[in-house]
Design a binder for this molecule. Structure first.
Ligand code: ATP
Length: 617
């Protein structure tokens, strides 16, 4: 999808919604089914932002769908409130508040534990609706008598009491919901959500408050669910209690899987398939109770053979046919609904700009001091009583045999793991016990020994995520801001691309990069945060000799004007790069000195060669 025509998706959707009443009835869709599809589609927009874009599989969306729907229906039937749209919006906001509170609890865990908490929450809401709150919700009877909306335009009265007028009403709100969802996924927040989906730990290490962004996605999904629930009551003239049922959450997930997660349109298309087939099996084929068995089989077949869902697979096919000869792009949510990061680089200036500088009061003297740094893993002493100082502008090497504690030392410096004892001072500030996100925001970051990239994103998109951390800070709710309007972002990404020599590969997905290119991108991610202190953990690991030569040259150019600490086992390269080396052995500092001093130090030779004195490699 062209990123130069961002309104194309919206315009095509509007045209398709106009065409639907003229086309779908001929394919066997009843007006009621079409209206239900729209409500599921709207419900699914929020769920797709949560699941497809952020990677959070919630089984609890029925709780918010029911809450929003019931609240709106209660206002309109029991509380004597007569403004239908206001009631629906209030219901959606209440669902959002409930989503915020639930998210605070559920998002404390990840993966299967998060999913299990959402299951439990859905069950709790179902119980509460049926028992303690049945006086308000109607219990198993639901709330009948929900009015249809009507608007007085002065010269005429708009009424939505027929199926097709209700379709127009729902189609309008679906389009509004889609436009908002597209704005969100195209915003910097949308970009960060897709980074969290791919690699939450790296997203946090690049300075993003991932808990805040996950909570945002959770609340957005709850608001969409609540709004769709309100529309359900209005469409049916009755708010059914089964909106709260676990089946509702399950059906939403299955429809999203059928249609394609991370596409925004997947839930709508999935709902069309699901509802059409369930109508067809029950009403046309009269399968009785076995219709669920057949539908289940169809679901399994669809998910097995269309792994990306119908919309995702259609996009892949389109790409294959239109980009024949070019390497196929991997699975990417931006394919249908372009994400912010797919747009970010579109207008990037080709000319590199100078690296951004963080304001600092200290231009000389120590930038980092570690005092008595110790780390125990149970009975294993990874680091013991390390005193370590690095000055501004210095390029320091750290070496040591395998298991000497080098990586653990870096992890403590970047606050990925807390020290058992000791203190870390960075730019005069005690950072001991701070979070990795905050330390990155202060200007201390590292590239990892094992690549920690955003695999489903391109090179440019990866660097955009890193640069956003420095430009926007740890958390900002600019949900509707176009990423193109962020000053300096595109230039900073282009500059980093040039620094790590990847200007020829900006739109290549990470999965298609050669190993050496991935290693350079790994360094680029750290560089794009504009650190004042850059830690590089084995940047040359696993590289072929030509890749090493290229990367050493790259490291030399990167190091100019920066403070860098490098761990590596490649002594020749390290001795060529740094002015001073710290040797670790068995978790302690063995010795510090210039490359020549270290090369000829008998204690270092003994540490490496097990007591056989000789010249080190
Ligand atoms: N998460 C952990 N849990 C338990 N022990 C750990 C953990 N991480 C590291 N260790 C132990 O701490 C010691 C130091 O490991 P570390 O990875 O820091 O060494 P290293 O010098 O970086 O090694 P290498 O050069 O092989 O990467 C090792 O004995 C290792 O087994």
């Amino acid at each position: 999808m062209s990123t130069r025509r961002p309104l194309l998706v919206e315009a095509l959707t509007a045209a398709a919604l106009v065409a639907v009443p003229f086309v779908l009835p001929h394919l066997g869709f009843s007006p009621t089914t079409i209206n239900r599809i729209l409500i599921w589609g709207l419900f699914g927009l929020g769920f797709d932002i949560l699941f497809g874009y952020t990677g959070l599989l919630s089984f609890g969306q029925s709780a918010f769908y029911g809450t929003g729907g019931m609240f709106a229906a209660y206002l309109l039937t029991e509380a004597g409130f007569s403004y239908v749209m206001t009631a629906i919006v209030v219901g959606a906001l209440v669902a959002g508040v409930v989503g915020y509170l639930v998210g605070l609890i559920a998002l404390r865990r990840t993966g299967i534990y998060f999913a299990m908490i959402t299951v439990a929450i859905a069950e709790v809401f179902f119980f509460v609706e049926f028992n303690p709150l049945s006086d308000y919700t109607g219990g198993e009877n639901g709330l009948p008598g929900v009015p249809t909306p009507s608007f007085n335009l002065g010269f005429t009265m708009l009424n939505f009491s027929t199926d097709w007028s209700m379709y127009a009403f729902l189609a309008f709100w679906y389009l509004v919901g889609l436009v908002i969802a597209l704005r969100i996924v195209r915003s910097p927040v949308g970009a960060i959500l897709s980074a969290i989906r791919d690699n939450p730990l790296r997203a946090a290490a690049l300075g993003h408050n991932i808990h805040g962004y996950k909570l945002t996605a959770f609340v957005v999904a709850a608001i969409y669910a609540g709004f769709a629930g309100g529309l359900l009551g209005v469409m049916q003239g009755f708010m059914p209690p089964d909106a709260f049922m676990f089946d509702t959450s399950g059906q939403l997930i299955m429809q999203t899987a059928i249609g394609g997660a991370g596409t925004l349109f997947g839930p709508l298309v999935g709902a069309a398939v699901w509802l059409y087939l369930s109508d067809f099996f029950q009403n046309t084929l009269h399968l009785g109770a076995t219709w669920k068995l057949v539908l289940g089989t169809v679901f399994v077949l669809l998910v097995c053979f269309l792994r990306r869902g119908i919309v995702g697979s259609a996009v892949d096919l389109y790409r294959l046919t239109t980009h024949r000869g070019k390497p196929a792009k991997p699975i990417e949510a931006s394919s249908v609904a372009p994400t912010a990061i797919s747009i970010a680089g579109a207008s990037a200036a080709a000319a590199p700009m100078p690296a951004r500088k963080r304001p600092t009061d200290h231009v000389s003297g120590a930038i980092l001091q570690a005092k008595g740094l110790t780390k125990h893993y149970g009975g294993v002493v990874a680091n013991s009583d390390i005193d370590f100082t690095v000055d501004h502008g210095e390029m320091r090497g750290i070496i040591g045999p395998n298991g000497a504690g080098k990586t653990t030392f870096f992890k403590m410096l970047t606050c990925e793991v807390p020290p058992t004892s000791g203190k870390i001072v960075f730019e005069g500030q005690d950072i001991t016990g701070m979070r990795v996100t905050d330390v990155c925001q202060l200007g201390l970051t590292k590239s990892y020994q094992i690549n920690q990239l955003f695999e489903r994103l391109t090179v440019r998109q990866n660097l955009t995520i890193a640069a956003l951390g420095e430009i926007r800070g740890r958390f900002r709710l600019d949900l509707f801001r176009n990423i193109r309007n962020i000053p300096d972002l595109a230039e900073q990404v282009e500059h980093t691309l040039a620094l790590v020599n990847l200007t020829g590969r900006p739109d290549t997905p990470v999965s298609e990069l050669a190993y050496g290119e991935k290693r350079r991108l790994e360094i680029g991610l750290a560089l794009a945060t504009s650190p004042t202190l850059l830690l590089l953990d084995e940047p040359l690991a696993g590289m072929s000799p030509p890749e090493r030569i290229e990367t050493v040259a790259l490291l030399k150019s990167i190091a100019r004007g920066r403070t860098v600490i490098i761990i590596d086992h490649d002594m020749d390269s390290l001795f060529e790069l740094v002015e001073k080396i710290t040797v670790l052995q068995e978790g302690r500092v063995l010795v510090e000195g210039t490359p020549d001093e270290i090369r000829n130090n008998p204690r270092v030779q003994e540490a490496y060669l097990g007591g056989v004195h000789g010249v080190m490699a």
